[in-house]
Structures are given as structure tokens and as C-alpha cells.
Design a protein. Sequence first.
Length: 275
Amino acid sequence: MAIITISREMGSGGIPIAHKVAEKLGYQLIDGEMIMAAAEAYGLSPEAVEQADEKPPHFVDTLDSKQFLDLHLIELIILESALKGNVVIYGRGGQDLLTDVNSVLRTRIIAPFEDRVERWAEREWLDPDRARYLVRKSDQQRAGFIKYYFDRDWDDSVHYDLIINTQRLSEDKAVQVICESVKDENLEGVKASGKKLLTDLILRKKVEIAILSSDNIDAYMLEISVEDGIVTLAGQLHSKAEKTAAEKQACSVEGVNDLQNDIKVVEYRTNPSEH
């Protein structure tokens, strides 16, 4: 069950590298095109994917709630594909989505900013100033996506196993290095435990989606964990009715063997004199 994640900066050459790695290894490439093709089966429209895929929040409650649910559905597509094994996950916060799965090879493709601007201008036939604006905006958007949803600095090197600077290494050499690295014995030795963790991650994602789909639950402070099919709900909700609804939604998910409800009810204060 080999899994490679590829984080990339715009203009770094990540796109052709990801395609060539997948082709050379015979792996499935999980990218925007694959997610769009699978979206309908998960109840996602093309417009919903476009709005949620690798996008930071709008900071408008109604928009963010819909985007957050759609993002979870995109993540479910990625997780269920990853469980089949032999995949290359291109972007989408793959290294963070699978942070506890030790059998994943986490790679990052980088290059100096001006090199990336030049490449993007040549690739898209753009004015250099326009390319510079788009590359900078892409960096900010992707960094914001990772920071908001995974609370991590996108550039923090400790979260990657392999960082390749394409100013220094050719595209073909980058592909070779990645293909050789995924066969490392340290990754091979933990594939079985990785499959178990992925199964629990998928069930947790399904429970999250079920709860987020309910209009009667404000799940912002809710914490969900899964181990061996046993779901634990913790954190805070604002009423006993919400707590009961969350438990009902979780139990409705196929694959839940048991449920532990440790949610604390912290009701809103409505009387101004109590503040």
C-alpha cells in the first residue's frame, strides 16, 4: 500500500513530476482532474469542488460551512483512493491529511521565486508581471489553506521526507529520486499499520461528514476520534439536543461498531445580567 504525497509551489515543476512518477510506478494519480471525475458519486458538483479544493475560508459563516463540508467530501475521495494503495496524491494537503500514517512518502517540490515566475510566464504565455502576481497569489492561497485547515506552516521542512529543488535537479532526476525513495525499507515495514490507520481515518471522515451535514449541530468545537471502529465524540456543544443529534448522526454511519459520547454541553448565556 504505497502512498506518495507531493506538495508543490506553482512553477516548480510539480505537475509534470507527479505525472511522470505515477506513470513510471504504475500508480494512480490523485489530482484535481481525478477528484472532479469522482465528485458526482460523492454528491459534489463541479462548482463545489472548484470552491473548496485547496481554498482558504471566506470568513463568511454560510459560505464557510458549505465549503468545510465539501472539503471533507474531497478528503474522503482522497482517503478512500489512498486505501487502495499505490497512489500519488498531488497537493490537497495530502501530507497533513495522512499525518499519522507512517507508510507515506511526503515530498515537496520547490524552486526560487523568480525561477518559478519565469517558468509560469513561459508555460502560460504570460507577461512576467502577471505571472509574478499569480505565483505570489498561489503561494499565499495554498499557505493559507494549510495554515487554516491543518494549523501548520506550509514551508516547515520537518513535515516532509524529501524536498527537491528543481533549480538544482532536473525533472527526470527528481522523478528517479522519488521512485527510489518510496521503496525504502522504513516505509515498506509499516504498510500494514498504515492500512489500519487509513481505515479509521475514513470512518472518522464519514462521521464528520454526517455531523456536518446536520443543520441542527454547531460542530465547531466538536472533536472526533476513531480506533478499531469505535468512535469517540468529545469537545463541546451548546445543548443536550445537539449532543443527542451528534450521537444519532455518528451511529447512522455504516462501520461504526460502538460509540463513546464524552461531549460537554456548554449552553449559551442569554441573560445579559449573567455576563
